[in-house]
Every structure is written in C-alpha cells, then in structure tokens.
Ligand binder design. Structure first.
Ligand SMILES: Nc1ncnc2c1ncn2[C@@H]1O[C@H](COP(=O)(O)OP(=O)(O)O)[C@@H](O)[C@H]1O
Ligand SMILES: CC(=O)N[C@@H](CCC(=O)OP(=O)(O)O)C(=O)O
Length: 290
C-alpha cells in the first residue's frame, strides 16, 4: 500500500501544494516505471467535482512520472443548479439530458466557461501544465443528433485524437469538456462518460478510469459488483438495478472495452483513489470484462 501526504511549500511560503509519495519501495518504483509513456484517460463526474483538488494532484504526479493523462470532465450537477436558477426545467431520459436551445446555452456556459476553466486554473495553481478545450476544438468530436426527442444531444460518430496526441506529447494535460460538432457546425451536448469512452478508444488508451460518486456498480443491497461483462450488465439493466446516470456510464464502459484493455469505475470521493488505483492495482470499484 502506498502512503501519501500533501503539504504546502514551506520554503517559499507559496500556497502551491506539492504531493510527495513516501515509502515508494522498489516494487512501487518498478510499477510506476512500467506506466511510463502509458496513456490514461480519466473521467471526472460532475458529482465528484468536490474531490477535484486531490484528483488533479494525482494526475500531475502521474504526469511528472511520465504517464500521459487525459482528463474528461462532466458537470451535470452544476448544469442542473444553473438551469434551476434560470427557471429552465431539468429533464433526463435514460441518463441523458433533454437539451433544447436554451438548455444548450447553459450547458455550454457551465461546461466551458465554468467547470473547464476552474479545472485548468486549479491544475496550473497546483504546478501542472494544462490545456483546456472542448470536443469542438479542431473538430475533435464529430457527432450527430442522437435522438430528435432529446434535442441537441450528440451521439459520437468519430474522434480525431491527433490534437490530443500532440498536446500529450508536449507534456501537457488536456482537460476536455464534452461537447461535439455535427456536419453543419452545430454544437451538441454529449454525455461526458460517452465522450470519455470514445476519446479513450481513439487514443488507444491503456486505461480508462471513471471517477464517480458511488463505490462502483452496486447490487440493490449496496454490495459493489467487482467485475461486470456485457451480459451481466444487460440483465441488471433489465431488472432495473442499473438506472439513471449509470445507464450511459455502463454503455460507455462496454463500448470502450473494445479498444481499451482496462476500464474501471471507482469512487472518486476516496482520498487519492487514482494513485491507489494505479499503484495498488484495480482492487476497488467495478472492473469491466469482455
Ligand atoms: N446499480 C447502480 N449502482 C450504483 N449507482 C447507480 C446504480 N444505478 C443507478 N446509479 C446511479 O448512478 C449515479 C452515477 O451516475 P452519474 O450521476 O451520471 O454520475 P457521474 O457524475 O459520476 O457521471 C449514482 O449516483 C447512482 O445514483
Ligand atoms: C447529454 C448529457 O446528458 N450531457 C451531460 C453532459 C455533462 C455530464 O455528462 O456530466 P456528468 O458526468 O457530471 O453527468 C449533461 O448535460 O449533464
């Protein structure tokens, strides 16, 4: 088990945090070395944004060890808050937001103007080098209307990962808001789990980790299901055990598994869950299997 502590920079008196990894024995060092140049895609859910500081510290630490990390974020909870403030109704169908033109404006403002910029600013403050962008940049995420009844919601047709590859190769951490463009240049709202899955697949990532506000996928009695394949997932969906926001997440995990060898949902509220996941192995949460 790795022991971690976070401290302020006492020498300079700066507010900048630094992360130290203590007791990193030779076995751990070897593990970190095997991860060098590997590519990790992390999806940070809107319901876990309170843990963003620790998640970003872990990402910066991994990046400093030579691991390429791409961060895709959600922001569903903040979007809901802003819609309510603006008296716009909040409506979901099978975990996807029904997005009319007014809702889309709020989605864009919250995802790009608020969540993305805050994550970039905090990464920089913590000593990392971040580039904030959305799936619209350089036509990264090419999408089409998923279902007319949902309005401006995108289903992903293709991801051009070349910009991300260049950003990663230059040592930056790309931080991506889940928006895409259709053939006509129309912006579409894309579920962040779906965006992360397609981005990880296009990048042929070594790992895709979803940080959520649950311990993993749970049985009705709350017990975490440690391993899940497509058939088991279908049965749990039919029984109503998997519902709401977990529906697109599970579909995204199964889709990613076709290109990404390790896909995992873990509890983003746990302290330094990302480092534990990488250094101790996928022990907690739900791992997807073919
Ligand atoms: N079987 C299940 N196990 C765990 N969570 C579930 C399950 N079915 C539905 N959920 C719901 O899915 C939510 C996670 O999805 P979502 O709210 O979209 O999170 P995120 O912001 O991480 O994307 C959980 O908070 C929970 O309410
Ligand atoms: C189409 C759709 O549902 N888009 C999502 C995009 C943000 C998101 O997915 O945020 P979380 O990861 O926090 O759920 C939405 O509007 O809420």
């Amino acid at each position: 088990m790795v022991a971690l502590f976070v401290s302020d920079d006492m020498e300079t008196g700066e507010q900048r945090d630094s992360l130290s990894v203590m007791n990193l024995d030779s076995e751990m060092q070897q593990l970190v070395a095997t991860m060098r140049n590997k590519l990790l895609v992390v999806k940070l859910g809107g319901s876990t944004l309170e843990s963003e500081r620790v998640v970003l510290q872990d990402i910066i630490w991994l990046r400093d060890c030579g691991v390429k990390v791409v961060l895709v974020h959600g922001g569903g909870a903040s979007i809901n808050e802003w819609l309510l403030k603006c008296n716009v109704p909040v409506r979901f169908e099978d975990g996807l937001r029904v997005t009319d033109a007014l809702t889309l404006s709020v989605v864009r403002m919250v995802l790009c103007g608020q969540v993305n910029q805050e994550l970039v600013a905090l990464t920089e403050q913590l000593g990392g080098r971040a580039v904030g962008l959305s799936g619209m940049d350089d036509h990264m995420i090419h999408a089409r209307v998923a279902d007319e009844r949902l309005g401006f919601v995108g289903a992903v047709d293709a991801v051009d990962a070349s910009l991300l590859e260049r950003i990663c190769a230059a040592g930056y951490i790309p931080i991506i808001a889940p928006l895409g463009l259709d053939d006509h240049g129309q912006c579409l709202n894309i579920n962040a789990d779906v965006a992360a899955s397609h981005i990880a697949s296009a990048l042929k990532a070594d790992r895709l980790i979803f940080l959520s506000n649950v311990c993993g996928i749970c049985q009705p009695d709350g017990e975490v299901i440690p391993r899940l394949n497509g058939q088991m997932a279908q049965a749990l969906i039919a029984e109503g055990v998997i519902s709401g926001g977990m529906l697109p997440k599970v579909a995204a995990c199964l889709q990613a598994l076709q290109a990404v060898p390790c896909v995992h949902i873990v509890d983003g509220r746990m302290d330094h869950v990302l480092l534990h996941e990488i250094l101790d192995g996928p022990a907690i949460g739900t791992q997807f299997t073919r």
